[in-house]
Design a protein around this ligand. Structure first.
Ligand SMILES: C[S@@+](CC[C@H](N)C(=O)[O-])C[C@H]1O[C@@H](n2cnc3c(N)ncnc32)[C@H](O)[C@@H]1O
Length: 203
């Protein structure tokens, strides 16, 4: 199945968000450094999350990674599941450049686009799983992001958010749970890596 980038597509994220501390482009310019660090130190984290995500993915399913950065989580999901189609979005153009490089060997089933969670350039109900790792705590508008995440999730699909305990899970959950689903927020240990335990929200 193809992932469509329809009329709502924007090639660049909207600039600025009222000067919030976690600005859209706070990662612009740091992609090369982050890419290197992530590849070297966080592979175990991405693998652990990828294993968790694929358990929720149907055969030939579609997954969207929000705030994908250099796309390492998508790379790991793609390695575990050659049948699935992958999309990543990030407001930082240099992160998306890095993600495209990292996904080059599977480009026929992986796409990475510049954009913000509050304006996802995808049709309603496009994805079986919408995932995000270590990004929610940067979103300027987690409530607006939650509404968009819920919109692009296919009916019966899942939202899986992995982040630090301090991330605004409650705001996201409140924005999504208009559909009446109970959410599950739990500790998501990454051991034996020297990494603080993450939290995982499943909706
Ligand atoms: C710490 S990095 C995490 C990258 C990747 N998910 C990972 O686990 O390595 C946070 C990412 O969130 C992105 N981000 C920040 N605000 C965002 C927003 N409003 N919508 C989507 N992504 C955003 C940043 O550009 C950055 O690439």
């Amino acid at each position: 199945m193809r992932i469509h980038l329809p009329g709502r597509h924007r090639s660049h994220a909207r600039a600025g968000h009222g000067g919030h501390a976690h600005d859209d482009n706070s990662f612009a310019g740091s992609a090369e450094h982050y890419d290197r660090l992530a590849r070297r130190w966080m592979r175990g984290v991405y693998r652990r999350i990828a294993r968790d995500v694929v358990a929720a993915l149907p055969v030939e399913g579609t997954v969207l990674d929000i705030g994908t950065g250099p796309g390492h989580l998508l790379v790991e999901i793609g390695a575990l599941r050659p049948d699935v189609h992958l999309a990543g979005i990030d407001p930082a153009p240099d992160m998306i450049e890095a993600a495209r490089r990292n996904l080059a060997s599977i480009r026929e089933r992986a796409t990475a686009v510049v954009g913000d969670v509050v304006h996802l350039p995808f049709d309603d109900g496009s994805f079986d799983v919408v995932v995000s790792s270590l990004s929610l705590h940067h979103w300027a508008d987690p409530t607006g992001g939650g509404a968009e995440v819920a919109r692009v999730r296919r009916p019966g699909g899942q939202i899986r958010i992995y982040d630090l305990r301090s991330a605004p899970f409650a705001d996201l959950h409140a924005a999504v749970s208009g559909d009446g689903r109970p959410g599950r927020l739990a500790r998501f240990p990454i051991t034996p890596l020297p990494f603080p335990a993450l939290r995982r929200l499943v909706l």
